[in-house]
Design a protein around this ligand. Structure first.
Ligand code: XLS
Ligand code: NI
Ligand code: NI
Length: 435
């Protein structure tokens, strides 16, 4: 069985009652100068969509994937790839992302694993040519295998560091070969369980040395895709070194890596870090380092990375407001790093999850575009800081005034600032009106 058990999903408009139709996502509709498809550059995560079984810490998988024979054979991996590209076509998703070990089996030796990866990559290459679908980014899975139990590039064991070096080298080559527009480093176990047995300074030095080697190898093979770090505060580690956007930026700056990396911001990771998605996106954007998005959402009171499909209009509107400020993605995209609930067994549920996420994003884009166009929010912000246009105010920021001079002016002019309203609720109502 090489096709996905459903018809291709089409746009039918907001009044459609067809559960397998887009109500808002219309790929070629131009919004603020760009097609919806270009604004989003939607991506699908191979690990969730094709390899997610619904297993959780309390029970085995439940998903019904009739195309999968459950074996680790190359033939099964290649067949899965065919079903996946059919899924991409049926959902109008243009990009995908993978870990090396999602697409091909891990074998007894590294050489055999590399060979398996090459064979499956042949199939991916053919399928890309056939369908026009593209690789948004690739990555290496350096957290599942027991060898990485204490970390990969931050493992206390030098041989683990070497092994992950070999694995990432190959994953970069495969990403390059498949025309990947980026490569992600998500440090799943790059952190600690406890500081009691951890030399944090040393581990961070190791991580930086590792990333510098990756940057060198990228040049060596002529891979021009963008490198991304994906922040996440914990899970599976107690503390992950790439805990949030600010921590990543600090690390990259400290180790002279900022020119080579951007951030891939994931919604549920922002939540786990105690931030809003728009906070994380804005932190990255302000540093010129917003690269890509892993779109999903969590249930904050659960406290896990539940990787749910985005269904929240506030969330997607706020996300799109930041993305529009940036002018859209360049190499990045909006990858659904999202999985079905364990009760959602059917292959068709995968379609519902993805098209629901796409429609939610489309509504966010439409709302954000209207808010941007009307300019109410940007006007309010401009007005809030308008006082800085005055020559004396500007001079204070340019280093042209001392504290003594400022103090003298405050006395001379009898400056006595009065509180003014931040108008938060008024503005919240404005946003609400567009939803
Ligand atoms: C896990 C991460 C992972 C990365 C890719 O929480 O989101 O899926 O996106 O390694
Ligand atoms: Ni992710
Ligand atoms: Ni995640």
């Amino acid at each position: 069985m090489n096709t996905f058990p459903c018809e291709p999903v089409k746009y039918e408009g907001p009044d459609s009652r067809n559960p397998l139709a887009f109500k808002h996502y219309k790929a070629d509709e131009i919004i603020a100068g760009k097609s919806m498809a270009d604004w989003f550059r939607f991506g699908c995560a191979y690990w969730h969509t094709m390899r997610g079984t619904g297993a959780d810490p309390f029970g085995v998988g439940t998903a019904d994937h009739p195309w999968d024979d459950g074996s680790d054979s190359i033939a099964n991996a290649q067949n899965r790839a065919r079903v996946f590209f059919d899924f991409l076509q049926k959902t109008q998703i243009d990009y995908y992302c993978f870990h090396d070990r999602d697409i091909a089996p891990e074998c007894a030796t590294l050489a055999e694993s590399n060979k398996a990866l090459d064979q499956v990559a042949d199939t991916f290459e053919e399928l890309q040519k056939e369908t026009g679908k593209k690789l948004l980014w690739g990555t290496a899975c350096a957290f599942v295998h027991p060898r990485y139990q204490q970390g990969a590039a931050t493992s206390p064991n030098a041989n683990v560091f070497a092994y992950v070096g070999a694995q990432v080298k190959k994953a970069m080559e495969i990403t390059h070969r498949l025309g990947g527009e980026g490569y992600v480093f998500w440090g799943g176990r790059e952190g600690y369980a406890s500081l009691i047995n951890t030399d944090m300074k040393r581990e961070l030095d190791h991580l930086a040395a590792f990333l510098h080697m990756a940057v060198d190898y990228k040049k060596e093979i002529g891979f021009t895709g963008q490198f991304y770090i994906e922040p996440k505060p914990q899970e599976p580690t107690t503390h992950q070194y790439d805990s949030d956007a600010a921590a990543c930026l600090n690390f990259l700056r400290q180790y002279d890596l900022l020119d080579h990396f951007k951030l891939n911001i994931e919604t549920n990771h922002a939540t786990l870090a105690g931030h809003t998605m728009e906070h994380e996106l804005t932190t990255a954007l302000d540093a010129g380092a917003l690269g890509s998005i892993d779109a999903n959402m969590g249930t904050p009171n659960v406290g896990w990375d539940t990787d749910q499909f985005p269904t929240d209009l506030y969330l997607t509107t706020n996300t799109m407001l930041v993305l529009m400020k940036m002018g859209g993605f360049t190499t990045g995209g909006l990858n659904f790093d999202a999985k079905l609930r364990r009760q959602s067994l059917d292959a068709a549920d995968l379609i519902h999850g993805h098209i629901g996420g796409m429609d939610t994003c489309a509504r966010g884009l439409l709302a954000a575009a209207e808010l941007m166009e009307k300019g109410d929010l940007s006007d309010a912000v401009a007005k809030r800081y308008a006082g800085w246009q005055a020559p004396e105010a500007a001079a204070m920021l340019k280093g042209e005034r001392t504290l003594e001079e400022i103090a003298a002016r405050v006395e001379r002019e009898g400056i006595d600032p009065r509180p003014v309203s931040g108008r938060q609720e008024y503005l919240e109502n404005l946003v609400n009106r567009r939803l």
